[in-house]
Design a protein around this ligand. Sequence first.
Ligand code: TXA
Ligand code: MG
Length: 328
Amino acid sequence: MRHAQVLPASDHESIRLAAEIIRGGGLVAFPTETVYGLGADALNPDAVAKIFEAKQRPSFDPLIVHIAMRASLDRLVETISLDDHRLMDAFWPGPLTVVLPKRAQVPDLVTAGLPTIAIRMPAHPVAQMLIREAGVPIAAPSANPFGYVSPTCAQHVLDGLGDRVDLILDGGPCPIGVESTIVSMGGAWPELLRPGSITLAEIQEVIGSIMQASAGLAVIAPGQLPRHYATRTPVTILAAQGARPILHGHERAGLLAMLTPGHVDERFCAIEVLSASGDLREAGRNLFAALRRLDALNLDRLFSEPCDEQGLGLAVMDRLRRCAVSID
Ligand code: TXA
Ligand code: MG
């Protein structure tokens, strides 16, 4: 079995090698400010096919294309409206993905045959340097096996895809920890497809009203499927912070707490606290690593406290719901 090379992203030689691999049609996992991405040359269909194979991702799930400068849009998108420009001015580079009408030359595999393409300009210096050095737009989903929790450090990538990527650029933990906010600008109205750290209110401030994708709408992609970003251990979301769940028989359970619990419930084998002070940004940063640590304990069940669905809390609850099989 092949094992990925892990190189420090701080070394420019690593970036040069990673760019060479991308240009040669290979796969490189790299840090962004949200989560680690599994990157390939977005304009090379054979390279993009390797992403789907490595992740075991169904081909009807479109990818996000990463660029480092606005000029790269010319090759990828058909038209850019005033509101599109406003969003990019306000949030790029950063954790916002914009879905726009695509150009015919973008391989269909990238967009799963959709007439639109999702584009993001990451702010992370390593992602920026890699894209510039490669000289091509980089298609990159989160660097995890399909359906599992997204990776927020190099070790997570190694754990899940270590034998399927050519190189992992280790840039330390991701500062945001939750995937980018996705806004569709390709339809009749702007629509929030996935909440993230750029909040609904922040987007509304720039372009006015925006529709929120409702669970009842046709599923566009598995990223919007109810059970996604899931742990192997079943997760139940508690009704409130500090709520006492009913445990059956000798069930071994773990707790994901939003802040330091007022009293320790001794029935839990393990407790992960997302932020001692209840800071949502810190909670978002710790979310996936905490879920992975709890999952690795092979307990019977996990319980998660809910958080307020305000600001970044909307994204945190979105990821928890997709991970949960039931809500208490
Ligand atoms: O923060 C992020 O966005 C990370 C980093 C690596 O950039 N990437 C990421 O990619 O989360 P991924 O593949 O795990 O999620 C991409 C999601 C798809 O599941 C799909 O829901 C949506 O983006 N998407 C991509 N292209 C689309 C399109 N043309 N129309 C609607 N949704 C699209
Ligand atoms: Mg993903």
